[in-house]
Structures are given as C-alpha cells and as structure tokens.
Design a protein around this ligand. Structure first.
Ligand SMILES: Cc1cc2nc3c(=O)[nH]c(=O)nc-3n(C[C@H](O)[C@H](O)[C@H](O)COP(=O)(O)OP(=O)(O)OC[C@H]3O[C@@H](n4cnc5c(N)ncnc54)[C@H](O)[C@@H]3O)c2cc1C
Length: 340
C-alpha cells in the first residue's frame, strides 16, 4: 500500500493484533470495510511478536493452537472482506472533522478518514525492558534476543537466560531440551514463576541439565561484531563470574506505553482506555476501543474477551456509519459471509 495517501473507509482499526484482526471480520459481517494500521511490520500483535511458537489453550474450539497459527487463521478469516493493511506505520494523530468523520494520520503520512475508529492497540507501543549493559545495542538481534521467535535457532548453542519470571523459566525448560547448555541468571534463589515450572527448573538444575547462576545479575558482555563470547555476572557484593555464551536472552518484562493514543484526550484509567462495555465506545463518540488496551469493571485481558468486544464494536460502528438503516441481527449460519 503506497504511503502518504488519503483514504476514505467505513472503519479505521488501530492495531492488527488478534483482536484488531477479528474486528475486521466482525465489521465485514455487518458490511463495513476496514483499513488497519499497525506499527509493526507483521500482523498478529503480541502473538506474533512475543510468543509465536507457544501453544494457546483457551481459544474456543481449539484445544491447542500455536499463536502464529491463530494469526494465520484470523488473517484468512478477515481476508474475505479485503481489508487494507498499513503495516510499519504508527497511528499518531486523531482529529474530528465535520460531518461526524474522524481523520487518522500515520507516521508515514497516510491519512485515513472514517466515521468510526476502533482502537485495538493492545499494550500500546510495547518493547522489552533492556538491561543497562554498556554496548548491548551492538548485540541485539544478533546474539542478544528479547523474544524467542524461532526456538530452533538455539539448538546446540550455549544460552544464557536472565530473569526470574515465567518467561525466563519457561524458556529455560524448553531450550534445555535442544541447547548445548542453558544458564539461568537470577538475583535470588526464588523465582516469580508458576510453582510447577520452578520445581521443574530446579529438578533440571539438580540433574545438571540447567545451571542456576544465583544470586547474580548481568554485569557485562564480551564479544565482537555483535556475536557474544561471554556474559559477565556479578553479585551484589561485586564478586564477578564469566560465563561463555553464544546467546543471551534477557527476560525482564515489557515496557508498555500507550504512545500517541495517550494524547488523544480519551478518558483513561491506569493508562488504559475506559470504555462502556455495552458498546465499546470511549469517552469520544465514534471512537471505540477493544482488547488489551481497554478497561471496564470485570475486564479480562484474554484474546477471547477481545473477540467478543470486537463483535460489539462492529455493531456500534455500524449504527454510526448507517444510521438510516437499523441493523437486522442475523447469525452467520443464516447470513453466510457477505461481500463488502
Ligand atoms: C507470553 C504471553 C502468553 C499469552 N498467552 C495467552 C493465552 O494463552 N490466552 C490468551 O487469551 N491470551 C494470552 N496472552 C495475552 C494475549 O496475547 C493478549 O490478550 C492479546 O494479544 C491482546 O490482543 P490485542 O489485539 O488487544 O493487542 P496486541 O496483541 O497487543 O496487539 C496490538 C497491536 O497494536 C499495535 N499498536 C499499538 N499502538 C499503535 C499505534 N499507535 N499505531 C499502530 N499500531 C499500534 C501494536 O503494534 C500491536 O501489534 C498472552 C500474552 C503473552 C505476552
């Protein structure tokens, strides 16, 4: 899609995570056409960027589905309605126009005009919390990784994992099966992970399959041309240790910020967009929000909850786009998949 153009559409969806993708489908079912913008280069939000190979167990009808596979299916389901994707573009400005239209402008100068905007921006502009290590940028994406997108890349490697939460422990358990060596650096002996996972990790450590390097913190990196040779760790007392390594996986959680959306004068609560759950409308008529980005009493941050919110948002958007024609409720078994 060429950038810097102006497009008119029924609905602009901000965010192509699982919930934004399903909103395309739900809008299509009520004959609304969508443009979807995402700052990332690929659709799928957290599923694609953070855990593509992890199985999800609580998607209705799928006893087990890998996150990447869910995204493939959501895109296929949405494709019937020919959405226009603007990937690699951040939505920056939102302005009200006359006639009940909204204008959305992206970082690449694309302008989208619509009567309804659905914000499905998840945790916003999410990025890893980086450890404060001198020169770490040179290694990022080469031998320091904040997410595991292809587990096989670590087969036969000496892997150092830093962190004490679920992500660190889960990947230690998983990579111990294929890596040459896995060392887990944590500042204390107790982990903040599911008790069964922690127990499994400690059992692997006793069996010599994982090395627990506690109580240590990351201290420095050694290597050339972006390729690590070793990681230095230190205790709070300053005692250091050198661990030879091919890859470092620091798992210190995500920093989340709403980014430009925080400047749109929407009512927020704890950095999330407050909505009326019965319609998904925000404090501005015509601007709806769904998925992880929203809050309301009882909100559950689950993909399936976001899917239901997408169905509600589509119907709310329809009422704005076609105020003259009330929506006749139909099951998909009766309507089939209409063409937009
Ligand atoms: C490790 C892990 C495991 C999980 N397991 C499960 C599970 O088993 N079951 C479950 O239900 N949930 C699970 N979740 C949570 C689930 O991933 C989220 O609930 C889901 O991704 C929310 O979808 P979303 O579309 O609302 O937001 P996201 O997936 O966060 O997508 C939002 C998208 O919006 C984009 N965006 C944000 N701001 C802008 C902007 N200004 N302009 C353009 N684009 C923007 C982002 O780039 C992103 O792609 C898990 C999460 C993690 C991290």
């Amino acid at each position: 899609m060429p950038t810097g153009h102006t497009h008119q559409t029924d609905v602009v969806i901000v965010g192509a995570g699982p919930v934004g993708l399903f909103a395309v489908f739900e809008c299509g079912m009520v004959r609304l056409h969508c443009h979807v913008v995402d700052v990332l280069d690929d659709a799928g939000g957290q599923c694609t960027a953070l855990y593509p190979e992890k199985p999800i167990y609580d998607i209705p009808g799928f006893p087990r589905i890998e996150a990447a596979e869910l995204v493939v299916r959501l895109k296929a389901q949405a494709a019937a309605f020919r959405p226009v994707y603007h990937l690699g573009e951040q939505v920056q400005a939102l302005e009200a126009l006359t006639g009940g239209f909204w204008r959305v402008t992206t970082s690449r100068g694309t302008v989208l005009q619509a009567k309804a905007v659905i914000i499905a921006a998840g945790v916003g502009a999410f990025g890893p919390n980086r450890p404060p290590l001198a020169g770490i940028e040179a290694y990022e994406g080469k031998s320091v990784f904040y997410y595991v997108t292809h587990r096989e890349n670590f087969r036969g490697k000496r892997v150092v994992i830093a962190g004490g939460g679920d992500t660190a422990v889960d990947w230690a358990l998983s990579l111990a099966e294929i890596a040459d060596r896995v060392s887990v650096i944590h500042r204390r002996d107790k982990f903040r992970a599911a008790p069964e996972s922690e127990a499994q990790l400690k059992a692997l450590a006793r069996a010599g399959k994982v090395e627990l390097v506690v109580p240590y913190q990351l201290h420095g990196l050694e290597g050339t041309g972006g390729q690590l040779k070793a990681v230095t760790v230190a205790t709070l007392d300053g005692a250091t240790r050198r661990i030879e390594a091919d890859a470092l996986l620091p798992f210190f959680g995500l920093s989340m910020s709403l980014g430009p959306i925080a400047e749109w004068s929407l009512a927020l609560q704890h950095n999330q967009v407050a909505i009326d759950a019965s319609t998904t409308v925000t404090s501005k008529p015509g601007i709806f929000a769904i998925g992880d980005v929203v809050t309301y009493p009882g909100k559950l941050k689950l993909i399936l909850t976001g899917f239901a919110e997408a169905a509600i948002a589509a119907r709310s958007a329809y009422a704005l786009v076609h105020p003259e024609t009330p929506l006749h409720f139909e099951y998909s078994t009766m309507s089939g998949v209409p063409s937009v």
